[in-house]
Design a protein around this ligand. Structure first.
Ligand SMILES: [Zn+2]
Ligand SMILES: [Zn+2]
Length: 455
């Protein structure tokens, strides 16, 4: 059977702020409720809990989740709670037609280790088979003197790749089914990304590299870009939303479909390790904030970029420094991938990866209506019509153009959904130096041949 998951979420505690649990309680429950209610509309069957080792959140999860199959949990809703919350969100759908999502215990931590002369951070997803291992993991964090009492996404500091390796092995010794997945690997906070990224997984993870069976593509890369890197070719790619809030444009904005034997934790992990991924939905990499190398406009001192003056570069044209301010450019994901591919050299056989670049449906609808807010009544009403006809959003991206054409929604919205399905869209200007790309439907760019732009 096939399942669809989004295994990278956050509780609302992430970001490291110190937390007053009492005043946050209702908001956090609502956030979790929203994810539980909206993900079935998106077509997501399995969600990550986010931040599962963080004590206040761990308590919430232990109190509210029930194990319904091995390592798979469901949320204990109050009677009528789902429908009521959906109404509050302005969505007029009978929720009893949708099954409840299932949860896997998941968190994200930040390992640090020196690469060359500077300190490198790498965000890493961890999946746990049960609450027991989470408590054991917390004991390990104490032993490693990690400050995790106030950090939902703790920093695990290391002085060498051997130290990272030893800690990952200690974690795997708790239970070999604990899964370690490097997150958004090409972003500056991912293992390969930024100006001091690793050129090989081994440079950061040491021998524990052998325990890495899958990586998360992240919002600013897709399989085409990651497969340029030879050591990626033997690994599974999974896509997750990494949502810090639970809107319809956030939860499940990237997702993974996977073939499994059973809907249990063990079976899901086995399928990830064996790369039985059947499909991933990926945002267009040119939307990502670090897609191309460059400098954004209106940069503050000492960069001296005037408002309206910016530059970005494709790999073939990247100069040593910025022609406007002469400082080093902020390295883009695409250029970094070319760089690592060159360093790693010999290519292996690239597996077939079935994926599609997508735009969250509410964003396409809002764009087609020239509306800024994806939460506006009109957007939600069209969204509701589509979901009622097509079952969920994941299904939409796997439908034929004829099926979209027969939907009873405004013509312009229909046209724009079809353009996205055909891949006839891009982000202009593309994301660079921390700025998101801007959606342009009906325009396709050849990302490897974009020209320097300065206006
Ligand atoms: Zn992260
Ligand atoms: Zn500059």
């Amino acid at each position: 059977m096939e399942i669809t998951f989004d295994l990278h979420t956050h509780s609302g505690y992430a970001g490291g702020a110190s937390v007053g649990i009492t005043d946050k309680k209702k908001r956090l429950r609502n956030r979790f409720l929203d994810a539980s209610i909206l993900s079935p509309l998106k077509g997501i069957d399995f969600l990550g809990t986010g931040d599962c080792q963080f004590k206040p959140w761990l308590e919430f999860l232990e109190r509210n989740l029930e194990e319904t199959a091995n390592g798979v949990f469901q949320f204990n809703f109050l009677e009528g709670e789902r429908q009521e919350r959906l109404k509050e969100l302005g969505i007029d759908i009978d929720i009893t037609n949708f099954s409840e999502p299932k949860y896997l215990l998941q968190t994200e931590v930040i390992f640090t280790s020196p690469i060359g002369k500077s300190r490198k951070k790498a965000h890493v997803l961890i999946l746990f088979p049960s609450f027991t291992e989470i408590h054991e993991f917390n004991a390990l964090l104490d032993k490693w003197q990690v400050k995790h009492e106030k950090m939902a996404r703790p920093f695990i500091l290391n002085n060498s790749a051997e130290e990272v390796q030893s800690k990952i092995f200690q974690l795997k010794d708790l239970n070999n089914h604990i899964e370690i997945i490097p997150a958004h690997v090409m972003t500056p906070e991912g293992v390969y990304g930024g100006n001091n990224g690793a050129n090989f997984l081994k440079e950061f993870f040491g021998e524990a590299e052998q325990e890495i069976f899958a990586v998360e593509t992240g919002l600013s890369a897709d399989p085409r870009i990651l497969d340029m890197i030879p050591e990626m070719n033997t690994r599974a790619f999974i896509s997750n939303a990494d949502a810090h809030s639970s809107g319809l444009n956030k939860i499940g904005r990237e997702f993974t479909s996977l073939k499994v034997n059973q809907q249990t934790y063990g079976s899901i992990i086995e399928s990830i390790r064996k790369n039985r991924v059947t499909f991933t939905g990926e945002l267009h990499p040119s939307e990502g904030r670090y897609f191309l190398s460059g400098h954004r406009d209106n940069r503050k001192q000492p960069f001296l970029h005037l408002k309206g003056q910016y530059c970005y570069f494709s790999p073939k044209q990247e100069p040593k420094s910025c022609p406007i301010c002469k400082k080093p450019l902020t390295k883009g994901v695409l250029n970094r991938a070319y760089e690592i591919a060159d360093i790693q050299g010999t290519k292996t056989k690239v597996p077939i990866r079935n994926y599609r670049n997508i735009v969250p449906l509410v964003e396409v609808i809002a764009h087609s209506l020239s509306l800024k807010s994806v939460k506006s009544k009109k957007v939600i009403s069209i969204y509701t019509t589509i979901i009622q006809e097509l079952e969920n959003e994941v299904h939409l991206w796997q439908k034929s153009i004829e099926e979209i054409a027969s939907l009873r929604i405004p013509e312009k919205t229909k046209r724009e959904i079809i353009e996205v399905m055909k891949g006839n869209f891009s982000f202009l200007p593309p994301g660079h130096d921390g700025v998101y790309g801007k959606l342009a439907i009906g325009k396709k760019i050849d990302v490897e041949n974009v020209h320097e732009v300065s206006i």
